[in-house]
Design a protein around this ligand. Structure first.
Ligand code: AMP
Length: 210
């Protein structure tokens, strides 16, 4: 979990590589659905464009389907789910039916100044999902993905007015979840300031302690 721009996606990729389990990013799954114009994509597009959350029911179906796949049998890193208290209950049910349980929950923190700088400069690859930053992680050739050569784009919801809405949604709806997981003794806060590699060292240390 983390405020938008805290580096959730970047750290989740590193964590999945280190643990050898799949990353389940609900944001990526939804963006792909929108790009493909699938029924799910048409349903969620309007919510995503304005920085609002997609309804819990649709999220529950999506996560149940994804976590039930064979590759998630020995573990997974959830990135961006759950984000509401109802989604916590949904996840409990899905995990219960799979005979799985959460081992740790991490909350990445970041200052408001860092967040706006990171999000406004973020560029993503519509081809392979790689993430760059105009200053902090520029591609080798401006505007072009290092990995697959596609033209990089700015996410619709990384525009300033949408960023402010997403921060508001995070404070009102997602922070209470951090408290719920803290009460269960699962939550560790990780400082998201600095380079991704530095943050990952902190995350790994927390994982070792968790
Ligand atoms: P992210 O890439 O995690 O920042 O997610 C981008 C957008 O996808 C969010 O602003 C929401 O519109 C939608 N989204 C992703 N995960 C969820 C979730 N767990 N619940 C509701 N909406 C979500």
């Amino acid at each position: 979990m983390g405020v938008p721009g805290a580096g959730k996606g970047t750290q989740a990729v590193r964590l999945t590589e280190a643990l050898g389990v799949p990353r389940v990013s609900t944001g990526d799954i939804l963006r792909e659905a929108v790009q493909n114009g699938s029924a799910l994509g048409r349903k969620v597009r309007g919510h995503m464009e304005v920085g609002a959350l997609v309804p819990d029911e649709a999220m529950g179906q999506l996560v149940a389907e994804r976590l039930g796949r064979q590759d998630a049998r020995d573990g997974f890193v959830l990135d961006g789910f759950p984000r509401t208290l109802d989604q916590v209950a949904i996840l409990d049910r899905v995990l219960g039916s799979l005979g799985a349980k959460l081992s740790s929950v991490f909350l990445l923190t970041a200052s408001e100044r860092d967040i706006v700088t990171r999000l406004a400069g973020r560029r993503v690859c519509p081809g392979c999902g790689a993430v760059f930053h105009v200053n902090n992680r520029p591609p080798r050739s401006a505007g072009v993905c290092d990995d697959c050569g596609s033209a990089l784009v700015q996410r619709q919801d990384d525009r300033e007015e949408v960023i402010l809405e997403r921060l508001d949604v995070f404070r009102k709806r997602t922070l209470p979840i951090a408290r719920a997981y803290a009460e269960r003794g699962l939550l560790t806060e990780v400082d998201g300031a600095g380079e991704p590699a530095q943050v990952f060292v902190r995350l790994q240390a927390s994982l070792g302690n968790a």
